[in-house]
Design a protein around this ligand. Structure first.
Ligand code: SF4
Length: 309
């Protein structure tokens, strides 16, 4: 029997709201309009992969230019082009002398999901994913996870420590101790000045890039946090994942995927399925605002994650 793929994203979605997991992984529906923050983050991931692959800043900048060809007439594309360009230039400048020994880039893994009581693999699920970067630093193995965020505050950093993602990614190292490094890139919050009553000319691209570069030279624009994992952490993770597989099977059997109404505005914005849930699952809303996209498309070529809009 073919075992189903499960990923960190799937389990995290399920933990946050069963109903959200149902829409994404059972019905395989996504909003027609992609979230700008997600698409921007995906582009930055691709830029970082390119940078760690060949160390060419020209390739990185060309990638950004190619992704935002409409920047000459589209204000949203221009804004994101500015941010991506300034962020990557500042990042490459700050970390040009990184002591990371790159082992693998965008490494995909596919592992059995084991019952902690028996050691046997699940008949239903396997555990898959893609690691942004694997590096060696001072003879210790690390998994690096890139994150782009508008705000990096104490709560955000505390949250990383308890992240299921880091737990799962640390698991790929087998029995060896491993560290997980969160490589955080803060998206600048400044805007390009437009012409108005007090300002005759709009700010030029060069002037805005210079202002962004100054902002991104601040220490907190890029931060790295490291967490270490050992066998105790792995055993705890196995038990947690096993319990999640049991809950998932219960939902599948009963067809009941409960709505967690506390999660609808979790990131200070509506969940991407809010339109659907608040319409009581209207077929009209489903057909108009959502489209089919295979589950786990981030692991396949099907994903086209960084469209501009
Ligand atoms: S809108 Fe709320 S209830 Fe519906 S899927 Fe999203 S988080 Fe769950």
């Amino acid at each position: 029997m073919n075992k189903q793929i499960s990923t960190y994203t799937m389990w995290s979605t399920f933990l946050h709201c069963e109903r959200r997991a149902y829409w994404r992984y059972i019905r395989e529906m996504v909003p027609v309009r992609l979230d700008d923050a997600l698409t921007f983050g995906s582009l930055i991931h691709e830029c970082l992969a390119s940078w760690y692959k060949d160390g060419s800043s020209e390739s990185v900048l060309a990638l950004i230019d190619d992704n935002y060809t409409e920047r000459h007439y589209d204000a949203t594309a221009r804004k994101h082009w500015h941010y991506a360009r300034a962020m990557m230039l500042a990042y490459m400048n700050r970390y040009v002398l990184d002591n990371w020994g790159v082992v693998a880039i965008e490494h995909e893994f596919d592992q059995p999901l084991k019952n902690p009581a028996t050691g046997w693999g699940s008949h239903t699920f396997r555990l898959c994913g893609k690691i942004d970067l694997a590096v060696m630093v001072n003879d210790r193995a690390y998994v690096v996870e890139h994150k782009t965020a508008a705000t990096i505050d104490a709560a955000y950093i505390e949250g990383l420590n308890l992240s299921l993602q880091a737990d799962i990614y640390s698991n790929v190292a087998g029995d060896s101790p491993v560290g997980v490094i969160y490589n955080l890139l803060k998206k600048p919050a400044i805007r390009q000045f437009e012409a108005n009553q007090r300002r005759k000319e709009p700010e030029t691209d060069e002037a805005f890039q210079a202002r962004l570069a100054e902002k991104l030279s601040e220490p907190d624009a890029f931060q790295r946090f490291t967490f270490l994992y050992d066998m105790n952490d792995r055993r705890r993770l196995q038990a947690e994942l096993w319990e999640l597989t049991n809950r998932w099977r219960r939902c599948t059997r009963s067809g009941m995927w409960l709505q967690d109404r506390q999660a609808c505005f979790r990131f200070n914005k509506p969940c991407s399925y809010f339109k659907l849930c608040s319409s009581r699952d209207s077929e009209d809303v489903l057909n108009e605002f959502y489209e089919h996209k295979a589950a786990h498309s981030e692991l396949t070529q099907e994903d086209t994650p960084h469209a501009t809009t």
